[in-house]
Design a protein around this ligand. Structure first.
Ligand code: G6P
Length: 610
């Protein structure tokens, strides 16, 4: 998983080369941040290549970066797949003659085979990456007489796997060649400047006119031209130009120390946005297929899987429907069970997670209808699904998902409520449900106001610990899982979630004096937690309770060392908002430990490798 950016500008464009690169690379850092690199076509007709391991901020501090001058440039942020993070393995990669520079996101599956072909002709490789072979293949075809763009296309035709490529060839130095297969790639059309990038956010400061490329398309941009072809035929993309709503302001930190805090604290706004976005979309086709569904599968990865779990419980509990949540990467194992008449909902913030994309492709092949629930409406998953529900929660930059979990849960519950209305389910008060969802943003605001201080205090305790449990019942389990995931991801504390009733079947063996156990008192079957909290307390656990402030359960007051008092709210609202203190606890624990919550080690925001 990596991010790529390239631009070609004319002399009239007032923008500074280094500014455009730094802006783009910073916005792409969420896609990978173990190394950074750029290649700029210099005035003397050669490349200036700067690359190194480390963050964008570190690499762009190099004095030669500031003085970069040129009209055509490509850049890359890396999340290592082939070859460790090192200067050699950082992109861009070049051919032997150093006239072709390549940046790549994805995995070239047949790179060893291709490498052997060019090695046999005496090419010398400088890196361990799968990417470098592309530069040598282009060089190879040029030696055989092909013009640069033809050589590029011939090289691309040999690749298997996933790729978004941006390539500059000094023999045609005004253009950036590009190709897309699976990995996302968008073109930005500006005034006297055009871009290619993995993500719109990298260039939205300069233009909001975009064309989302499709699998199999290749082409080039110059400062004045965009050329795209598919299967050897030119494609007129003018009808595909869209104006995106993202503004640069909304993807800055807005005064918060981290993107993660900004995104946690803007959840009230995101929930309100998503609710109104849902109301403006006509989802009657989705409701119809869900009504007729033999079985509903909900697939997702990471945080999106946890939202899927909550959604599946809601489909069962509120509507009595056969619904099952599955981890995207496991879906193929059971896909034989998926049949015509089933509906598979893919939940994905980015809409680009490869495991979820492949699960949905498999589902379609097996005759199921697919519904994408995404935050990025221009994504591959959105494009390939039969139906799309767009959350419009705004860009999420921090690697650890926060506002997209709450807005995913809101969206799934909204579907449940609308389905109850659509099918005339008599035992569900859908009007009250929708009303509850509509006010969820107000409750989220109250949670943030009332709970932040106690979460900071709890974080001070947790920061000293090696391990923690998160326990809940039924709906509380996915919320516990999400809380545990956050603590693991950004505070590097081992955390596990369990259905509370299971805690006595193994997990309790680890509990000793001071062991932190977070109980999710959701106000739904809370009495079932009573004995579990007693069992934990008897072994010396440090009990943290998340519970409605007015709850009367004796065990909360009696056994808890710390209580996060949640505002009173209907169940559907609690399902959305109970995760917020868990996000805050993880965030503050990370900060207290001196870590960077926005950039957890080994992780990436959007995982485009299997
Ligand atoms: C990565 C991110 C998680 C995210 C998951 C699924 O693992 O680090 O925060 O939940 O991918 O991403 P998606 O974009 O499909 O929701």
């Amino acid at each position: 998983m990596c991010g790529i950016i390239g631009f070609a500008k004319s002399g009239n464009a007032p923008l500074r080369c280094s500014d455009v690169l730094v802006e783009g690379l910073r916005k792409l850092e969420y896609r990978g941040y173990d190394s950074v690199g750029v290649a700029v076509v210099s005035k003397n007709g050669g490349f200036v290549i700067i690359k190194d391991v480390g963050s964008v901020d570190r690499v762009v501090k190099a004095p030669e970066f500031e003085v970069l001058d040129g009209s055509v440039a490509i850049g890359h942020t890396r999340w290592a797949t082939h070859g460790k993070p090192s200067k050699e393995n950082a992109h861009p990669h070049t051919d032997c003659s150093k006239r072709v520079a390549v940046v790549h996101n994805g995995i070239i599956e047949n790179y060893l085979e291709l490498k052997n072909v060019v090695l046999g002709e005496g090419h010398v490789f400088m890196s361990e990456t799968d990417t470098e072979v592309v530069a040598h293949l282009i060089e190879h075809f040029k030696k055989l007489g092909a013009k640069p763009f033809e050589a590029f296309k011939k090289a691309v035709a040999m690749l298997r796997g996933s790729y978004a490529l941006a390539v500059v060839d000094l023999d045609e130095p005004d253009r950036i060649f590009f190709a897309r297969s699976v990995s996302p790639l968008v073109i930005g059309l500006g005034n006297n400047i055009n871009f290619v990038s993995s993500d719109i956010t990298a260039f939205v400061k300069y233009t909001n006119r975009v064309v989302v490329l499709q699998d199999g398309e290749v082409g080039y941009v110059s400062s004045s031209e965009v050329y795209v072809e598919f299967n050897g035929r030119p494609v007129d993309v003018s009808s595909r130009i869209r104006l995106v709503e993202l503004d640069a302001q909304s993807i800055e930190k807005g005064g918060f120390p981290h993107y993660m805090t900004k995104e946690i604290f803007e959840q009230p706004y995101a929930l309100a946005q998503t609710f109104s976005a849902l109301q403006t979309q006509n989802i009657s086709d989705v409701l119809r297929v869900l009504e007729e569904a033999r079985k509903i599968y909900i697939v997702g990865a990471g945080t999106s899987y946890h939202a899927s779990l909550l959604g599946a419980i809601a489909f069962k509990r509120f509507l009595g429907l056969d619904a099952e949540a599955l981890i995207s990467s496991e879906f193929r194992v059971i896909s034989r069970a998926v049949k015509w008449g089933d509906v598979v909902i893919g939940v994905s913030q980015s809409g680009e997670t490869i495991d979820t994309l492949l699960a949905l492709r498999e589902a379609r092949e097996r005759g199921a209808k697919t519904v994408a629930l995404v935050n990025n409406q221009f994504s591959t998953i959105a494009r390939e699904s039969d139906y799309v529900i767009s959350m419009r929660a705004g860009p999420e930059i921090a690697v650890a998902a926060t506002k997209t979990f709450t807005t995913q849960v809101l969206s799934l519950l909204y579907i449940v409520a609308r389905l109850a209305e659509f099918t005339g389910a008599i035992d569900v008060d859908y009007k009250a449900l929708i009303q509850g969802l509509k006010m969820s943003h107000e409750v989220a605001q109250r949670v943030l106001e009332a709970c932040t201080e106690v979460c900071k205090a709890i974080a001070t305790r947790l920061a000293e610990k090696q391990s923690a449990y998160y326990l809940g019942r039924v709906f509380g389990v996915p919320i516990a899982m999400e809380g545990a995931l956050k603590l693991k991801e950004i505070a590097y504390i081992h955390a596990e979630a369990y259905p509370a009733g299971e805690s006595k079947h193994g997990p309790i063996a680890l509990v000793e004096e001071g062991f932190p156990v977070v109980f999710i008192y959701l106000g739904f079957l809370d009495e079932m937690l009573e004995s579990n909290v007693e069992e934990m307390k008897a072994r010396g656990a440090y009990v943290i309770a998340v519970a409605q402030g007015d709850t009367v359960l004796g065990s909360i007051a009696k056994y808890s060392n710390a209580v996060v008092k949640m505002p009173k709210a209907p169940l559907e609202v609690r399902l959305i908002t109970y995760v917020i203190p868990l996000q805050l606890i993880a965030y503050y624990t990370s900060v207290i430990k001196g870590l960077d919550p926005d950039k957890p080690r080994n992780l990436a925001k959007t995982v485009t490798v299997i």
